[in-house]
Design a protein. Structure first.
Length: 109
């Protein structure tokens, strides 16, 4: 299955584990171009990132951290966070648990 563009500029996804596959978690592969960003948003389930290639800056209210290949992070339910690719391109996995993909708000127009 190929990567599919998302509603956000510079982001494409491939859903590796979907709600139809598992009741416990979803897994999504993300390809991101330089400058791609998902603004600050809360999640209703837990969310984990694992960086495969490039760098991804994850951030929240008053904090940020730059992650590189092999790095991971975890956001518990209800924690507001965002992510951006500051330069180059990046590829990373996102795991949502329990099953269900939290959606960030629509991008500004």
């Amino acid at each position: 299955m190929p990567l599919v563009p998302t509603r956000r500029a510079g982001l494409a996804e491939r859903r590796l584990i979907t709600p139809e596959d598992s009741q416990h978690q979803n897994m999504v592969l993300i390809d991101a171009d330089s400058g791609a960003e998902v603004e600050l948003h809360p999640v209703s389930n837990s969310e984990s990132f694992f960086i495969l290639r490039g760098e991804v800056e994850v951030f929240g209210d008053g904090w940020s951290e730059l992650l590189g290949p092999g790095d991971s992070c975890y956001f518990p339910p209800g924690m507001e966070h965002g992510a951006r690719v500051p330069a180059g391109s990046a590829q990373f996995l996102i795991v949502f648990a329990p099953c269900g993909v939290s959606r960030a708000p629509e991008p500004p127009r």
